[in-house]
Write a protein that binds this ligand. Sequence first.
Ligand SMILES: C[S@@+](CC[C@H](N)C(=O)[O-])C[C@H]1O[C@@H](n2cnc3c(N)ncnc32)[C@H](O)[C@@H]1O
Length: 260
Amino acid sequence: MFSKNLPSVEPRVYIVGAGPGDPDLLTVKAQKLLAVADVILFADSLIPAQILDLCRADAEIIRTANKTLEEIVPLMTERVRSHKSVVRLHSGDPSLYSAIHEQMYLLSEANIPFEVIPGISAFQAAAAKLQVELTVPGLVQTIILTRISGRTEVPATEELATLAAHQASLCLYLSARHVEDAQAKLLEHYPAETQVAICFRVGWPDEKIRVVPLKEMADCTHKEQLIRTTLYIISPALSPATGRSRLYHPEHHHLFRSSH
Ligand SMILES: C[S@@+](CC[C@H](N)C(=O)[O-])C[C@H]1O[C@@H](n2cnc3c(N)ncnc32)[C@H](O)[C@@H]1O
């Protein structure tokens, strides 16, 4: 049941997924927390400023783009110890490439209570914009969320070429700076004509989405000068629709639709 009440916030850190950028894609819980929190921390490079319109006019806003974790955690700790509620915004969903693992470790060490609120990840927002299902029966039933090695090393067992061998719907984060390398590794297994959606700042006012064959992925990225905030979706499901799901098929019977 949808509750219109604002939550009574505790002095703790709320690690909140802010979604891909469009304020309308915040969860109701994220909006409610933003409306009441005493302190909001957010990375200006990843979260559009409009999201701050939802905050209390007197909330303390701390921008973190130029701060290290060693600076951010003591800031949050000090505020919570002063009985303030702190919202730490992360883009998309915090479970993906958000560096919350070490933040939660340090907060636990300092005995600071925290809670994690999920958000819509970039791959979900991109799939919605593309109007595709990434799991089409008879075609592809697996989604891989990954990245290429950059400053953060990807373990050898998760090497992109190895994952490409599955020919699943592959959502590639944080990889625009290494797009030639990514394309070469993907081409080891995906056919060159496989469609790739290049999704820049989905949900932001300057959003750009291009769908090209895999062999043109790097060229298109360079032509459009995309370096940051770009997600690639490589998937057989991006080709024109084929097949249909068993779930709504007249011959498929289940608990809520029995055969007569
Ligand atoms: C630090 S990671 C954060 C991912 C985030 N936690 C998520 O669930 O979407 C940043 C990367 O996520 C992807 N990303 C995040 N927001 C995006 C958006 N609005 N449009 C396209 N890609 C996005 C890009 O690959 C970007 O380089």
